[in-house]
Design a protein around this ligand. Sequence first.
Ligand SMILES: Cc1ncc(C[n+]2csc(CCOP(=O)(O)OP(=O)(O)O)c2C)c(N)n1
Ligand SMILES: [Mg+2]
Length: 383
Amino acid sequence: MTTLVKQGRVRVKRKTKGETGKRDPVTARTIATFAVPYLQHLDKSGQPVGPLPPFADDAEVMTALYKSMVLIRTFDGRAISLQRTGQLGTYPSCLGQEAIGTGVASVMAPDDVLLTTYREQAAHVWRGVTLKEIFQYWGGDERGSDFAGPRRDFPVCVTIAAHAVHAVGVATAMKLRHEPRVAVCILGDGATSKGDFYEALNLAGVWRLPVVFVINNNQWAISVPRHAQTAAETLAQKAIAGGFEGVQVDGNDIVAVRQAATEAIETARAGGGPGLIEALSYRMSDHTTADDAGRYRPANEASKHRSEDPVTRLRAFLGDRGWWSKEQEESLIAECKARVEEAKEAYLAIVPEDTTAMFDHLYETLPPALAAQRKIAQAGDDE
Ligand SMILES: Cc1ncc(C[n+]2csc(CCOP(=O)(O)OP(=O)(O)O)c2C)c(N)n1
Ligand SMILES: [Mg+2]
């Protein structure tokens, strides 16, 4: 890592048999020591905390990242209002987490493969998924998963952590074919408690697969807070058990996220094995539009995190460098609103599929029990 502003240590000590059954401080010795690096480049106010990586000096790169994050934020707000007015299904907001997907996707090669949960609209849009497709998916239309753009990227995985093992499968294929490609798997803090996650890390490490796991640690898994999720000091250290490096980054700092992703992805691509990034963020919204965080989350918690906002932080950075003006901001907001409205109109104009469509995208040959249900649905459609 180029900039380490804080370093935590995880020590593993061998147990010895004392009479009390406790570790004997005289004979116990340290057999392995592990470090979890922490990376931050921009502080809350957008000020560099040390030397920046070269891309941060590129106004074009940095403003492109900003524009994409503002587009996602605009989209996100509109998606919630559409759900509230009955025009969209349940929707998971990514408010406050836009830097993670944007930063990671922005350093992936086009033919790398992205596998994500349901909260990574930012990564999808950067990869070329359209706003209309995302609306369509959350409108309950499975065709929204059939991205026209990044054909090799996987559809949204709602089954927590299942895509971690899929990512390992993808990376195994890449390795066997000697392709210089990388699978990137973005998942949540809650997902890191699943067996699938540990199994994925284990195989990724032992086979030195070209896969990078990115944890969007937004501090909550529906109503389960991070501290009740795991006793581990960091989520990044879970990589150590798999035999590779885990790094924790400030997930509201797009420079840190992008830099960590660059290093992990390029290491994996060069045959150096997997990587893991724990990006610290905060879920500013409810879990989804079907949730009410007010029932379980301390009232003032979200507001405490407002000052860390990734969009505001990047705007401050751009402004300080003279790369962004009030006029540019106003015209960007207008442009984003127009793009989202256009996508919304296109989405609302889609003719829904027949009810039978829900049976048609999962199995090559439908199991008999579902085939029978499909017939019933067909009869209903025909009426
Ligand atoms: C296998 C499985 N178990 C349970 C659920 C229900 N569920 C949906 S979201 C969620 C919490 C996930 O939390 P986290 O991984 O932190 O992701 P976040 O929603 O915070 O982005 C759970 C348990 C599910 N979708 N899949
Ligand atoms: Mg979470």
